[in-house]
Write a protein that binds this ligand. Structure first.
Ligand code: S3P
Length: 434
């Protein structure tokens, strides 16, 4: 059964990817600036805010809770914060397709007064929420789920700090606990075995909070007030991944991405592309509110990509890039092996199952494992009908695979790209030479 098949997009093969792009703002950072801007005192002005539907859900939630959200003519968004006090809304808070919104909002709201209900679409309602309920309950929160899922009903309560080790590496869970800890009594410490993306920590600091960190933990003391900021969101590395991987498919490509977020907890893909044989140059590095930003130039390996294994900590750090890495794997010489990525099964879709299904539809040989997949190299794919499952990253990953296939590929449910990257197809047409 196909879930969302309203728009079909035809992708034709390309000869290379050439040009310079500046991508819309990072989805993860946009969520955090939107949520903290809503909680802070004063105005937060954000340039290059993500154009995806997911961060718009975060803006919609803070607006429903009493923050004011205005768009300026130059596309900056101004949030007038609630100075630490959200007002319960009459209707449920709609998180749409966004797990980040739902999980981080739960942490933000648990210490507030009143009752709040968080709802989402069918895909979000299938995703696990116990991972935030459990530690927040240890802090004293009252959160009710339905069999571990949304709706998430939060009855605000006074919270106290805890010392918590995340069982599954998750930046969403870490951030939810930091947002709750910010408003709790005492100190909250989160320990993680793999260092997940640290945009939550950096955003909290940018808004004036103090945090301390060690190699494997981060701590926040409660009862701190935030102050609005003026910020520009760096380009989204997880969106860039589709273009970087596509460029790497063709020896003649030359792709430059300006103003790209290069936070080390997000830039692991550049190491993988280098390991596959590409030449990746990083230029014009700058720091903005703790986030690294720069220009990336990718030149593909003249003799084609080699092969690699992604497992352990790497799998957690590359979690959003794994679908596109799997989609280009058949075109490598030695294939790509992915393990320790069971989390992919509880994303917007079961991404392991959908990657396997769609690679096979394109004629690829692939072996599925509970926590990953093996894609042998040296394979030529053919155009096919792709089931995106309503999942943005599946729709875009297979648009990339389609660029080197024989014949045309139809992406069903192509509109799902709009969850993170509405401009994807248009920008692909500007850099794909056919
Ligand atoms: C995100 C963290 C990741 C990632 C998601 C965004 C974030 O999820 O897959 O797209 O902004 O913190 P988990 O934290 O659940 O691994």
């Amino acid at each position: 059964m196909l879930e969302t098949t309203t728009t079909e997009k035809i992708i034709k093969p390309a000869r290379n990817l050439t040009g310079t792009l500046r991508l819309p703002g990072d989805k993860s950072i946009s969520h955090r600036y939107a949520l903290l801007g809503g909680l802070a005192e004063g105005n937060t002005t954000i340039a290059n805010f993500s154009t995806g539907a997911d961060p718009a859900s975060s803006l919609g939630c803070v607006a429903a809770l009493g923050a004011k959200v205005d768009w300026l003519e130059d596309d900056r968004v101004v949030i007038t914060g609630t100075a630490g006090k959200f007002t319960p809304s009459a209707s449920p808070l709609d998180c749409g397709n966004s797990g980040s919104t739902m999980r981080m909002m739960a942490g933000l709201l648990a210490p507030q007064s009143g009752e709040f209900t968080l709802i989402g679409d069918a895909s979000l309602t299938r995703r696990p929420m116990e991972r935030i309920r459990k530690p927040l309950a240890q802090m004293g929160a009252n959160i009710t789920l339905t069999e571990g899922h949304a709706p998430v009903i939060v009855s605000g309560a006074a919270l106290h700090g805890i010392d918590y080790t995340t069982p599954v590496p998750s930046a969403q869970v870490k951030t939810a606990l930091l947002f709750a800890g910010l408003q709790a009594e005492g100190t909250t410490t989160i320990r993680e075995s793999v260092r997940t993306r640290d945009h939550g920590e950096l955003a909290l600091r940018a808004f004036g909070a103090q945090l301390t960190r060690t190699v494997d933990s981060v701590s926040i003391t409660g009862k701190q007030q935030l102050k609005g900021i003026d910020a520009t969101v760096p380009g989204d590395m997880s969106s860039a991944a589709f273009f970087l991987c596509a460029a790497a498919l063709f020896p003649e490509s030359n792709l430059v991405l300006d103003g790209l977020g290069l936070n080390p907890t997000r830039a692991t893909l550049l190491d993988v592309l280098t390991a596959l044989g590409a030449t990746v140059a990083v230029l014009n590095l700058e720091e903005k509110h703790g986030e690294l930003v720069g220009t990336v130039q990718l030149n593909p390996p003249p003799g084609g990509m080699g092969g690699t294994t992604v497992s352990g900590a790497l799998a957690a750090q590359l979690i959003d890039e794994l679908p596109v890495l799997a989609a280009i794997a058949p075109y490598t010489r030695n294939g790509i092996r992915i393990r320790d990525a069971k989390e992919l099964r509880v994303k917007e879709s079961d991404r392991i199952a959908l990657v396997v299904k769609n690679l096979r539809a394109m004629g690829a040989e692939v072996e599925e494992f509970e926590d990953g997949l093996d894609v042998p190299g040296g394979q030529q794919l053919h155009g096919a009908q792709i089931d995106s499952g309503g999942d943005h990253r599946i729709a875009m990953a297979f648009s990339v695979a389609a660029l080197r296939a024989e014949g045309e590929t139809a992406i069903l449910g192509a509109e799902s790209a709009g969850i993170s990257f509405p401009e994807f197809f248009e920008l692909l047409d500007t850099v794909a030479e056919r």
